[in-house]
Design a protein around this ligand. Structure first.
Ligand code: NA7
Length: 542
């Protein structure tokens, strides 16, 4: 295949593949397509460096919820051998160092255009190419378009009356300034208690003068059991790496947690309690996998949820406060569960106040204060930890126009329609990495990314070899896959929470369950079977 016709910095590039996003997915795609498959690639990245979510989410306390060794690329034994993670859950700065190291080691920067936010992508039917335009004027043309834009990158800023009048500082966890923010001695309000809020709240509480946390829905969180890795830990992890990688690949979750076949109801109360205690003491995120039916059987789920509720009561001695922090309206795990280091205990501090905004919602902002419907809170800083327009936001913010002038926004007006989560009918030669319709956020996204990168790359290579470079998901295959995605979610408890899996995080967003809930292992099998059947469900033409 051809070499790029213009280096980084020029105004137009012509390549085989235009990739949008230089996070873990986009960089893996670039390396595989360029260095293994011999294609020319240009990656367009909105940020000023590679890293995706790990570039933007620089808030205090930001770290991964997945063990570092499970949240790493697996394509290079040399990379594994030379990289040492310093902690069980890597911090955002360490992950960013890792991504930069990978970009340098594999000479990826030369094919990445930084500071290039994509605004439009248009399918040119006459030539069978995508024309892509960036906000900075850069244009790119490629036979293929790969959207590696991430599930959690379209930042959500809830509308708050008067926010522009606030005289203090307004921050968002997912768009935290690169320069240090000194919160010492300031009165800070944090809105949101999802994974980001749960990390930032304990991280800043000791240094701020006052911290007011505005909570809409209480969260289930279990201790992360974070630890600094010693040389001995690292040696042990290295020795275990082959088995861990095998577990990752074959697991429904993409985590190297051994899968149990036991239901929570198989154990009597005392045995179950002991088992939960053991898990509580070490499992971190893996607590959700303590039994095999916590996400499908309400009675089983109740046992785990009750256990966590009991722990919240132990961690927060004031019963009224503990009750406010206790989730009661949805099953454990039906919203993305959190892991924490001292989150609930933070509310025992005298300088921290919890405000239940389900009782008295946020009303307005003035120059000095954030007001709920009942009370005024004087603040110096407002931190939004309000998350993202998840899964579809980053795909729908640019205008992507496919065959016959239909935009992706129009095609997905009732919710995302994909075949295998990888492609969408009417958008030939466009592929999505770890997007809706694939397991994406329901497992370790690193495993999903690498599976998609391999699968898409193989499809492009085979299509080139067979003289059928134009590839499109057939409408009936897409329709059938959407039914399968819904069917996989239907028996689960995911349907019982207003979560971002269901599009509930953005008012007016279609309420459909977006990720594929059948598990990574089953999904990988489905994709492999489609490939073995000559890419069944895809139309491939010259
Ligand atoms: P999340 O998990 O979507 O959490 C967002 C939080 O912000 C959550 O507590 C929301 O409450 C709250 N929120 C959102 N919108 C509002 C408004 N309008 N008013 C008040 N409160 C609001 O995002 P995170 O950034 O914490 O985590 C994202 C992912 O990063 C996470 O899943 C991990 O994969 C890592 P709600 O529950 O909607 O009532």
């Amino acid at each position: 295949m051809s070499q790029p016709s213009a280096p980084t910095g020029d105004h137009h590039v012509d390549v085989d593949v235009v990739v949008v996003g230089a996070g873990f997915a986009g960089l893996a795609m670039l390396r595989e397509l360029r260095d293994v498959r011999g294609m020319s690639v240009r990656v367009l990245e909105a940020g000023d460096d590679v890293g995706g979510v790990w570039f933007w989410n620089r808030y205090p306390g930001a770290r991964c919820d997945v063990d570092s060794t499970d949240y790493s690329y697996t394509f290079s034994p040399e990379l594994d051998a030379e990289w040492d993670w310093s902690e069980r859950y890597a911090t955002q700065p360490e992950i960013l160092r890792y991504v930069r190291h990978v970009a340098e080691k594999f000479d990826l920067y030369r094919d990445v255009s930084l500071g290039s936010r994509v605004t439009t992508a248009d399918w040119d039917e006459a030539t069978g190419h995508w024309d892509v335009v960036c906000e900075n004027g850069l244009t790119a043309r490629g036979r293929y378009l790969v959207m590696a834009t991430g599930c959690l990158s379209a930042v959500k800023r809830p509308e708050l009356d008067g926010i522009e009048d606030f005289a203090g500082q307004v921050l968002h966890t997912a768009d935290w300034p690169a320069e240090p923010v000194d919160l010492t001695g300031r009165r800070v309000g944090v809105i949101g208690t999802g994974s980001s809020g749960i990390q930032v709240i304990p991280a800043i509480a000791p240094s701020v003068e006052q911290l007011v946390v505005f909570q809409r829905t209480p969260t289930f969180s279990v201790p992360a059991r974070h630890q600094v890795l010693t040389d001995a830990d690292r040696a042990a992890l290295r020795a275990e790496l082959p088995q861990r990688r095998e577990l990752l690949r074959n697991s429904p979750t993409g985590l190297s947690v051994p899968i149990t076949r036991r239901s929570a109801l198989d154990d009597d109360e005392e045995t179950r309690r002991r088992h939960y205690e053991e898990q509580w003491a070490s499992a971190g995120f893996g607590f959700l996998l303590a039994y095999n039916d916590l996400l499908v059987n309400k009675a089983s789920n109740d046992t785990a949820a009750d256990f966590i509720r009991g722990k919240i009561a132990e961690r927060v001695p004031d019963p009224e406060l503990a009750e406010k922090l206790t989730p009661r309206t949805y099953p454990y795990g039906a919203k993305r569960p959190c892991v924490d280091t001292g989150f609930y205990e933070t509310f025992n501090r005298p300088n921290v106040t919890l405000v239940d905004i389900s009782e008295s919602p946020l009303a307005k902002v003035t120059a000095t204060s954030l007001h709920t419907t009942t009370t005024e809170y004087e603040l110096d800083v407002i931190v939004f930890a309000t998350g993202f327009d998840a899964m579809t936001g980053s795909l729908l913010r640019p205008t992507i126009t496919g065959r016959d002038g239909e935009t992706l926004r129009e095609h997905w007006r009732s919710g995302p329609l994909t075949y295998l989560g990888l492609a969408t009918a009417g958008f030939p030669n466009m592929f999505i990495v770890a997007g809706p319709g694939s397991p994406s956020l329901l497992g370790n996204v690193m495993v999903s990314i690498e599976q998609h990168v391999d699968w898409i790359s193989e499809l492009l290579t085979r299509s080139a070899a067979e003289g059928t470079p134009t590839i499109e998901a057939a409408p009936d295959a897409e329709a059938e896959w959407v039914v399968r995605v819904n069917a996989a979610a239907a028996p689960t408890l995911y349907m019982e929470a207003a979560s971002y899996y269901l599009g509930a995080e953005v008012p007016g967003k279609p309420r459909v369950f977006m990720p594929y809930a059948g598990g990574l292992r089953r999904y990988r099998r489905e994709c492999d079977e489609v490939a073995q059947a000559g890419y069944r469900g895809f139309t491939r033409t010259a």
